[in-house]
Structure formats: structure tokens, C-alpha cells
Design a protein around this ligand. Sequence first.
Ligand SMILES: [Fe+2]
Ligand SMILES: [Fe+2]
Length: 237
Amino acid sequence: MKTEVTEIADRIYRLSTFVPMVGPKGFTFNQFLIDADEPLLFHYGHRAMFPLISAAVKSVIPLERLRWTTCSHVEGDESGALNQWLAAAPNATPAHGQIGCNIWLTDMADRAPRPLKNDETIDLGGKRVRWLDTPHVPHNWDAGLIYEDTTGTLFSSDLFTQFGACAATTTDDIVDAAIVTEKAVPFMPATPQAAPTLRRLAALKPRTIALMHGPAFQGDGAAALGALADYYETRQH
Ligand SMILES: [Fe+2]
Ligand SMILES: [Fe+2]
């Protein structure tokens, strides 16, 4: 296995590892590095993948420069290597929404986390990252996503998950594949919050949606999120 590094927007790097033995056609696991005066890493990755992923980050910046780390929710692929990162990146502060800090991060992180309020923006110096509380979207009570304002990039975690190998970026439809995956592996609860949360994300009108398990989609992010919201609305009935 290898981790490929692609700049998907100005100084935003997708670190992508394709694992052929997961699922019917293999599966990609992506982390994202936002390079700025205070660089931020989104998704810690699995513990076993830490050597690969940290080498990928090091190919862009020294780990000492990493100032922030965060992830969408607690789960092996999102948060597994949390403490390996905190050990290797001594200047990084783990950040998460308040619920996540309360229910796991304060206990599980080797350094005190920085809680983020819904819609709070961290000014990274050259990039601005907004934390969005999205409970149970894609799953888990602590779930949140981040949005980078200057590039219009939504980091969507498991939303739009697709199986199989893919290009680093795409302008093709991502909704059909997401629905196929959801039908095969229903990973997101169709709670009453699901569609309204997706519509709230659509209102950001992202120009790029950076998938954790799939390509980075460049195009009409509002339409894609709106279509996914329509699907989850039908699932509730
Ligand atoms: Fe997940
Ligand atoms: Fe994931």
C-alpha cells in the first residue's frame, strides 16, 4: 500500500491510501492537510496506517509545524491514530466539537483538546476553517465536519462514500455511487436531522467536496448535497 498526495485546492492536500482488501472492490481512506501559517490535519487515520500517512504529511511539511488536528467523529479510520499524531507533532492541539470533547476526546487524547463551538472559525493564517456540528451525520453523536472558507472546500467525512479505486478529483456525479453504497452498507442513520443537516451544508455552496472514501468532487456542491438530502428524506418514510 502507498499513500498518494494530491493538492486538490490551493495548499489543500489529499492523502489517499487505497486498501484493496476492504469491501467488494477495495476502499480508499483519505486524510487532508490544510497548509497555512498554522497547518491543520483532518482525520488521524488508522493506527496501522500511521507510518504511511505521517510520511505523506512529512513530504509536504515537517510534523513540528502541524498546529491543529481534528476529525469528524470517533471511529478507527477517523480517529485511531490520535495519540500517535500527538506524540509525533508536539505543537498540534486536537480540536473537536464540544460533544466529542465531552464523550471521548478529553479522556482519550494524551493532550488537552480545544473544544469548538458550532460554526466557530479557526483562523489558520491564510486559511480559515469552520467547525460544523452535524450530530449523527454521517454517524455518531459527536459528528462534525469542517469547511475551509477561502477555497470553498467542504470536508465531508463519510458522506458520499463510494467503493473501489478512484481518481484524486472528479467533476462526475457522486450521488449515485453514494446511494449504491448506502443501500449496500447502511452506515448513516436516517434520523430526522439527516436531511436538514445536509441542506444546511448545501447552503454553504461548496466548490469542492473532499470525500474521505472517494474522490474530491469539484462542481456544484449544493446540488450534490441537496440530492443526498432528498434521498435521506425518502428513507425516513
Ligand atoms: Fe465513520
Ligand atoms: Fe470514514
